[in-house]
Design a protein around this ligand. Structure first.
Ligand code: ATP
Ligand code: MG
Length: 589
């Protein structure tokens, strides 16, 4: 079966059961400073999981583009990717455990055809303040799973959320596929990472609300949030051994074979998989309408790391040419029919890949000079310290594999263990920084962020009024202190233009206008002059927020109720964000 058929089959199955399809959101989350990328189908649905009404109803289904940077190190096995597509279905205060589990089971056994003995599931074993999920256990039993197929696990494995310190959270039940190898030992089960069990689907039951004092109360609106990897279910359907054999990957692997002139083998399998996986993530990040470019911060940094890792692997294989654009081209042709943004941004993808390659080559040349100096002071038989390898890598961007290679040529040994220790230390530091970022995030729907969000709409339309209709939003990021707004425009704004924009926004604030929300099909919204939509299906019902004659924009909210709540608006900074994209930081109050 082809991926296209699997996507359709999944969506149709849930449509037949009353779900409405919503489009994949961008890979770059809007108005959410807590994470760099969309990591799951639930991500764009957070306001609705928190209780806001969704215009499409209580049962939703989607195929969502996702990036998981936490899984980069896992890439190389058969089932983990940096980029993947998540098939998801949701109940917003509608069905709960019984129906959710039943539907997943029917899809897996009837539609995909998995024999029941190949399934294993996990349920929540309970924790201090929360009882065991005997309800989910009983449902699985009733459906026909044996006691030896149902496993109880704790908080770490079978509990989700809340996204911040407080909010909706609950137990989940995860469904695994047994690939048929023997149990690796006494404790082997779905939580074991020996490879016997592959997780297919995760059904989260949001039934509790965690309060600031750490206690849990039952939620009024109970939700179900599920997610399953398109790649994995396709592999299982086709009785393949890894996701790389499916039609989502096979042409990419083949192009790597052709371009390097070397066939896939056990010896190079891991490298080929990493190249294919990373190039797919890179193509999707560059191909996103938000126009991220390689840089040293945020999403741009992840992008840079992925591109450079691919270049490094290809160079290590002794291939002198820059084959990245050709690989990207194969990926565009696989995916463009489903994700047209990839062909729309094809030139941009190529331009940025070329630019990053020449920058990296310069970095390597410079790093090489520094490395040669280091080696000059060493004698044959000496050992290069881990700290020096780390400095070459961290300060000069010179990859440790290259240092190792140079050392080998000169008969010098290297303390790679020492380097790894330093690298882990460094990664832990940046990970805890990222988690700090996460805490502030998702659940923040405070009054201040709603006001800044409303200010973003006013700013967007004021920019279009002053600079012309070619201006449109490229990205937006709001935290409790300020708004940040990226828009397409290719030069610095003049003082005069900035003043005019500021004046229009403040005028709207002083008029004390109500922010009005209507729901309508997206086509009607666009006909009525509403702006602000990147990717939506044409039959989708959306929310349109209007602010007097100033602004009319498609958006999920939340917003202030009246512009007077914003009190005043001030632009702090206007600067370049990337080529053709400007960035404004502003505050209200
Ligand atoms: P795993 O234990 O396999 O890493 P997970 O527990 O991280 O999965 P969830 O966060 O529950 O997964 O995500 C829901 C579903 O998304 C999983 O059941 C799986 O099908 C899929 N998934 C998660 N991470 C990846 C990935 N890196 N590549 C492909 N699919 C993934
Ligand atoms: Mg899991």
């Amino acid at each position: 079966m082809l991926a296209t058929q699997m996507r359709l089959m999944y969506v149709k199955f849930f449509e037949e059961r009353g779900h409405k399809e919503i489009a994949s959101a961008s890979l770059i989350p809007d108005n959410d400073p807590s994470v760099l990328f969309t990591t799951a189908g639930m991500h764009p649905l957070v306001p609705y999981l928190l209780g806001e009404r969704h215009p499409m109803g209580k049962r939703l289904v989607s195929v969502q583009k996702c990036i998981r940077t936490d899984d980069i190190e896992e890439v190389g096995d058969g089932f983990h990717h940096t980029y993947f597509e998540m098939l998801g279905n949701w109940s917003l205060g509608d069905y709960f455990k019984e129906e959710s589990i039943q539907m997943s089971f029917t899809f897996l056994t009837d539609v995909v055809g998995i024999p029941i003995h190949k399934l294993a599931v996990t349920v929540f074993e309970g924790h201090e303040k929360i009882p065991k999920d005997t309800e989910a256990y009983a449902i699985w039993k009733r459906i026909g799973l044996g006691d030896d197929q149902i496993y109880y696990y704790g908080m770490k494995e079978n509990w989700w959320g809340p996204a911040g310190e407080t909010g909706p959270c609950g137990p989940d039940t995860e469904i695994f596929y047994d690939i048929g190898t023997d149990f690796c030992g006494d404790d082997c089960g779905p939580a074991c990472n020996c490879g016997k069990f592959v997780e297919i689907w995760n059904n989260v039951f949001m039934q509790y609300n965690r309060l600031p004092d750490g206690s849990f109360v039952m939620l009024e609106q109970k939700n179900v949030d599920t997610g399953m990897s398109l790649e994995r279910i396709l592999t299982i359907f086709n009785h393949m051994e890894s996701n790389y054999e499916t039609d989502l990957f096979a042409p990419i692997i083949q192009s790597i074979e052709n371009l390097t002139g070397t066939a896939l083998s056990k010896a190079n399998e891991r490298e080929y998989r990493i190249i294919a996986d990373h190039m797919r993530a890179v193509t999707f990040i560059l191909g996103d309408n938000k126009r991220i470019n390689p840089s040293n911060t945020g999403q741009g940094y992840i992008l840079r790391r992925l591109i450079r890792r691919v270049i490094r692997l290809i160079k290590m294989m002794g291939v002198p040419e820059n084959i990245l654009p050709q690989i990207a081209e194969v990926i565009i042709s696989i995916y463009a029919p489903v994700y047209p943004e990839l062909s729309a941004n094809r030139d941009y993808i190529h331009r940025e890949l070329e630019k990053e390659l020449s920058l990296f080559v310069r970095t390597l040349e410079h790093g090489l000079k520094v490395a040669e100096k280091v080696f000059f002071s060493l004698m044959k038989g000496d050992c290069l310290e881990g700290e020096t390898i780390f400095r070459l890598f961290d300060t000069f961007g010179f990859p440790p594999e290259f240092t190792e290679e140079l050392a080998k040529e000169k008969g010098i040994s290297v303390d790679i263990e020492g380097f790894r220790t330093l690298l882990t230390l460094h990664q832990e530091k940046s990970r805890s920084a990222a988690q700090g970022l996460f805490k502030g995030g998702l659940a923040d729907h405070s009054g201040q962020t709603a006001k800044l969000h409303t200010a973003t709409h006013l700013l967007h339309s004021a920019l279009r009024r002053v600079l012309g209709d070619d201006v449109f939003q490229r990205g937006s990021n709001i935290n409790a202190e300020r708004l940040r707004f990226d828009f397409s425009f290719d030069r610095k704004m003049t003082e005069n233009e900035l003043n005019q924009v500021s004046k229009i926004v403040n005028q709207a604030i002083s008029e004390g206008l109500d922010i009005v929300c209507d729901e309508m099909p997206v086509e009607e919204a666009l006909d009525s002059g509403a702006i602000g939509v990147f990717e939506t299906r044409y039959d989708e019902v959306v929310k349109v927020y209007s602010i007097g004659d100033y602004s009319r924009e498609i958006c999920g909210g939340p917003h202030a109720t009246n512009t007077s709540e914003l009190r005043s608006f001030k632009i702090l900074k206007e600067e370049s964000s990337s080529s053709g994209v400007r960035r404004i930081k502003a505050v209200v109050g």
